[in-house]
Ligand binder design. Structure first.
Ligand code: TMP
Length: 228
């Protein structure tokens, strides 16, 4: 049984977090159904998901740094997360729900900061190459063009102005959350470009509607793939 890898993306303030929790509960509640056939659910996030990657998260979110340094750190955190958590879980046949993955690097470091996309693509290929890790592990996991990619990516979309208003009421902003609306407009267009380049993997969710409607759209997208 191959695992299922679902990532959740969107600009800060798009409101994805509560839906990830709800989806984890839905998978947990239906773990005896035929579709999810007793799969365990692994709920994780990026940057983060391991002790080392969480330390890198602190630096990435709070320390000022050069753009290449930032890109290297997000991929270093990701590699560790893949090796320690994501790949073993998928090889066991688990469902991995990951709050952000590589699309965030293309959207934030690439489109938001204007960092070179070709370098990001090279980093993506080496960090997500599982053949270097273990041929046995790689044989148990679905790879796309030789690298690990989510099976499904739910992209939560809200107008950047709306997201900014939501963030203004939230906690103390980190390095990214304190960027201006123009930055988030670029990030949103970076996400839209990634979605257009891989329409099979992405489902775009309108995050600017009631919580119930967003939740229904999330459940429908996952059920349409036969995962729930
Ligand atoms: P979160 O607050 O949704 O957990 O996301 C953490 C922040 O890190 C968010 O502002 C986006 C940013 N980020 C990047 O800049 N690049 C990445 O590759 C990832 C995964 C997150």
């Amino acid at each position: 049984m191959t695992g299922v890898f679902i990532s959740f993306e969107g600009i800060d303030g798009a409101g994805k977090s509560s839906h990830i929790q709800a989806l984890a509960q839905a998978f947990g509640a239906s773990s005896s159904s035929a579709a999810s056939s007793g799969r365990q659910v692994v709920l994780t996030r990026e940057p983060g998901g391991t002790a080392l990657s969480e330390k890198l998260r602190e630096l990435i979110l709070h320390a000022p740094m050069d753009a290449l340094t930032e890109a290297l750190l997000v991929f270093a955190a990701r590699r560790e997360h893949i090796v320690q958590v994501i790949a073993p879980a998928l090889a066991r046949g688990d469902v991995v729900l990951c709050d952000r993955f590589t699309d965030a690097s293309f959207a934030y470091q690439g489109a938001g900061r204007g960092f070179d996309l070709e370098t990001l693509s090279k980093l993506e290929h080496s960090a997500q190459d599982l053949r270097r890790l273990s041929a046995d592990l790689a044989s148990k996991i679905r790879l796309k063009h030789g690298i690990l990619q989510p099976d499904l990516t739910l992209l939560f979309e809200v107008p950047p102005q709306v997201a900014a208003q939501r963030l203004a009421q939230a906690r103390q902003p980190d390095k990214f959350e304190s960027q201006d609306v123009a930055f988030f407009e670029r990030v949103a267009s970076g996400y839209a470009a990634r979605a257009a380049a891989d329409p099979q993997r992405f489902v775009r969710i309108n995050g600017h509607q009631s919580l119930e409607h967003v939740r229904a759209d999330v459940m429908a997208a996952v059920k349409a793939r036969g995962y729930l």
